[in-house]
Each structure stands twice: as C-alpha cells, then as structure tokens.
Design a protein around this ligand. Structure first.
Ligand code: NAP
Ligand code: HSE
Length: 443
C-alpha cells in the first residue's frame, strides 16, 4: 500500500525551491488569495510555505518573503517533515533533477515550471513518478498562466489531437513585436523582456528557440503519450530575424512569429518543429503580441479551440503554480492514484524534418550583377521548386550598391528538397552568406 507523508488537519507545507521571479510570485499569490483558495476548496485546504531554497543569502527579497524560512541547503528543504509538497522553481536540469527525484522518492508531490528539466529528463522523472505513485504537476511549464496542460490532459482526454500550433515563448514574441512596431534593436528589446521577468535566467534558450521547443516537447508528449528525444526536434530561434525580414514580411502581408507546430499525420508520424514563420496578418495568431501566448488545439471531437493569455511573468506563472499546488494537495489525500501526467507508450515516430512541407521565404545576400536572379532561379527550377515571387528593395540612395538582399517566395515543397537546392545555391559566386529561411505557414 502507498503511504503518504503525514498531514495534519489539511494544512499542507510547501518547500519552495527558488525564490526569484516566479517563486516570489507564488508566495505573494498564497498570501493574497490563501483565504479564497480555502473557501473554494470547501474550507479544508491551507497551503503554507515552510521552507524556501535560494542560492544567495545576501540578495534582497520582496518584503512578503519570510527570511526565517530561507535556506541554501536543498536537503533541508526536501527532508523537512513539515514540507509535504515541493515546488521546484530554480530552473536548470541538474540540481532541479536531484530535488525533484528525491522529493518523489519521499512521496512528496512536485510542482514545477521547469520545461527544460521535463523535456530533457522527463522520461526518468515520469518513471519515478509512476514507481512511487507521486505526481509531477507542470502547468506553469508551458504558456505561463494559460491552462493548456490541464486542457490537453483532462478537458481533451476524449479527443484525438490532430494538431497544436502556437506561440509559446513570451520573450521572443515580445522582442519580435518591439522590433516590428518600435524599430527597437534586438538587444534592447531583449533587455526589456529580461527586466520584465519574462526571460529565462539564461536568455539564450528564449532566443535560440529551445525554451519554446522544450514546451512543444511537453505538449506533444501529453498529446501523443511517448517520450520525445530533444535531439530529434528541428529548432530555429529568432536570432536570425533581422529588421529587413520584418519589413519584407509587412510588405508581403505577413507577420513574423516564432511558431511551434505539432501535428499528427495520417501515417501516425508526429511532426514537431519550431521556427520563425510568416503568418498572414489576417490570421488570429498574427495579433498575439508582447508577452502573450496562444495555442490552437485541433481535436477530432472539439474541432478548433484557441487558448490565449500571458505566457510569462511573475503573476500569470504563479497563478498556474498555485493551481497545481491545490491539485498536489488533493492528491495527498487520495490514495487511489494521482492525476499527474504519465506517458502511456514507450515509442512513437517523429516525422523527419526533411519530410515536412510548407511554402518558404528565403533571403539571399547577393552580389548584385546581371543574371543573379536567373542563376538562383535556375537551381530552384532544377530541383523542381516553384517560385511564387521575388523581391528586392531598391536602394534609392545608392542604386548601384554591390551587395543587396534578395528575397524569393517559394511554393510548398519538402524541407529536405529545399535544403539540397539551397546548398547548391550557396556555392554560387554571387551568394555571399548562408540563405535565411522562414516558413510561410498556411494555417
Ligand atoms: P529566477 O528569477 O532566475 O529565479 C531562480 C531562483 O532559483 C532564485 O531564487 C535563485 O536563487 C534560485 N536558484 C537558482 N539556482 C540555485 C541553486 N543552485 N541553489 C539554490 N537556489 C538556486 O527564475 P524564474 O524566472 O523565477 O524561473 C524559475 C523557473 O520557472 C524556471 O524553470 C523557468 O523556466 C520557469 N518559468 C519561468 C517563467 C517566467 O516568466 N519567469 C514562466 C514559466 C516558467 P537566488 O534568488 O539566490 O538567486
Ligand atoms: N522565458 C519564458 C518565456 C518564460 O519567455 O516564454 C515562460 O515559460
């Protein structure tokens, strides 16, 4: 029989690992709405922070953080008998793994917002969760305050999920919008996102697409039930997006978005990809701006359902953590099994990126001379790739400029075919650097 840590009179002690942006938000949310939560749960459930783990004892903290509870020793936090639930909000995949796995071994439910941890090491942790019948809840790990995890896992349990398409990184969406609307430099827009608490402690993951890829892996694992190897996912971030692409997109009637596309094909293969994409300015995803995220779920029963809300930041993320805390507390008084997620099959097939098919925007940095367009067009034609348009801005100040950006809009073709053509085009004397490719998504 499974035994649970002893709990007195429905008071649940929380061990909070991490008291940065989100951790502080959780403390504040529990202070602000603790009474409301108690009432909403039938007057029975009190959540109390008992221990707080940080790295730096000298750092100044919000006045709502009780300094008496702070420790830098994670064992002290996890082993404390007054701690029944562990909330992991330190980030990273090493210490976070140790904390989460030890908590599960002690049968203490875990709540985490750490998508990197679950995407990289979820298979091990979910196996432990199953072995010890102790849940891992991770609503905050995907799309901040939007309840997308519970929706896919519970509300759509009766649906075959055809696709999940969306914008799931607030920082990059914020940066793209600031670059687009205010003409901000990339670095300035990123600094703003960091100051607002949207970015990861290492913002590389936000801009190189991997934060969103980790989230996409979690969504796909929930929808299709098998562990996904991050090495098999095609990921491009927004580092390659330049103001010129944003301008071209505008002129062509598109908006640039970092898009996650997860889709089940008729043969059962699952397509997962993350990259900056051109979205028609008239599509609803084009108006998802700033830190907002949106995920469009297509299920065989429900049809199209759209989730929209704040995808990052202190209070929205804390909102998701607190909802999981309530769920975790409830699982402690339910010995008949938990409602956390467990993968239900060992293997599934991912669609090779070479097989994925869309239309494309390709920008070439070329030496302008007679015949440049024809040379590029010839190679594309030899690879049977159709051109739907070409575009090159005229430099009115210097009409004889030697180096120009030249854009080709290409009809749909498999990505592998495009890659072969581009590799050949890159060998042409007139092409100066690797072509920049964005997908044109017809959603
Ligand atoms: P953060 O502001 O950088 O806070 C991290 C906290 O963890 C800090 O309190 C830090 O201690 C502590 N910490 C880090 N390494 C530690 C170590 N080795 N030992 C002990 N304590 C350590 O990060 P955050 O933005 O709150 O994000 C936390 C987690 O939530 C991440 O997994 C992130 O991906 C996820 N998340 C964040 C957001 C968001 O909008 N920020 C949204 C969804 C999910 P000090 O305070 O002493 O430095
Ligand atoms: N850095 C993440 C983002 C936080 O910007 O979306 C939310 O997961």
């Amino acid at each position: 029989m499974v035994t649970f840590p002893s709990v007195t009179s429905q008071h649940y002690g929380i061990g909070l690992a991490g008291c940065g942006t989100v951790g502080t938000g959780v403390i504040r949310a529990l202070l602000r709405n603790g009474d409301l939560i108690r009432q909403r749960t039938g007057g029975e459930l009190t959540l109390l922070v008992k221990r707080v783990l940080v790295r730096d004892l000298t750092k100044s903290r919000h006045s709502d953080v009780d300094h008496e509870l702070i420790t830098t020793d994670w064992h002290e936090l996890v082993n404390d008998p007054d701690v029944h639930i562990i909330v992991e909000l330190i980030g990273g995949t090493d210490l976070a793994f140790d904390i989460v796995s030890r908590a599960i071994e002690l049968k203490k439910p875990v709540v985490t917002g750490n998508k990197a941890l679950l995407a990289e090491r979820g298979a091990e942790l979910f196996a432990l969760s199953k072995k010890y019948n102790t849940p891992i809840h991770f609503e905050a790990a995907v799309a901040g305050g939007i309840p997308i995890i519970k929706s896919v896992q519970e509300a759509f349990v009766g649906n075959r999920v055809n696709s999940l398409v969306g914008i799931i990184n607030g920082t990059s969406n914020y940066i793209l919008q600031r670059m687009s609307e205010s003409g901000l430099e990339f670095a300035t827009a990123l600094a703003e996102a960091q100051a607002l608490g949207y970015a990861e402690s290492d913002p590389t993951l936000d801009v190189n697409g991997w934060d969103a890829a980790h989230k996409a892996i979690l969504l796909a694992t929930l929808a299709y039930g098998f562990p996904i190897n991050p090495a098999e996912i095609h990921v491009l971030g927004i580092e390659q997006v330049k103001p010129i692409d944003i301008d071209f997109a505008k002129q062509l009637g598109y908006v640039v978005k970092l898009l996650a596309v997860i889709r089940e094909h008729d043969n059962g293969a699952i397509e997962i990809r993350l990259q900056p994409s051109f979205v028609s300015k008239n599509h609803i995803l084009a108006s998802v701006n700033g830190v907002f995220n949106a995920v469009a779920v297509n299920g065989d029963g429900v049809g199209e359902a759209l989730f929209y809300g704040r995808g990052a930041g202190q209070d929205p993320t804390a909102s998701a953590v607190v909802a999981d805390l309530v769920e975790a507390a409830r699982s402690l008084s339910n010995e008949n099994g938990h409602r956390g997620f467990l993968p239900w099959r060992d293997n599934g097939r991912l669609l090779a990126i070479e097989e994925t098919t869309t239309a494309y925007y390709v920008r070439f940095d070329v030496t302008d001379r007679p015949g440049v367009i024809a040379e590029i067009a010839r190679v594309l034609a030899e690879h049977l790739i159709g051109i739907s348009g070409t575009h090159s801005p005229v430099n009115l100040e210097n009409p004889d400029a030697a180096f120009v950006d030249m854009v080709f809009l290409l009809h749909s073709c498999p990505y592998g075919k495009l890659q072969k053509a581009l590799a050949e085009i890159f060998t042409l004397d007139c092409v100066n650097s690797a072509p920049v490719v964005f997908r044109i998504e017809h959603l």
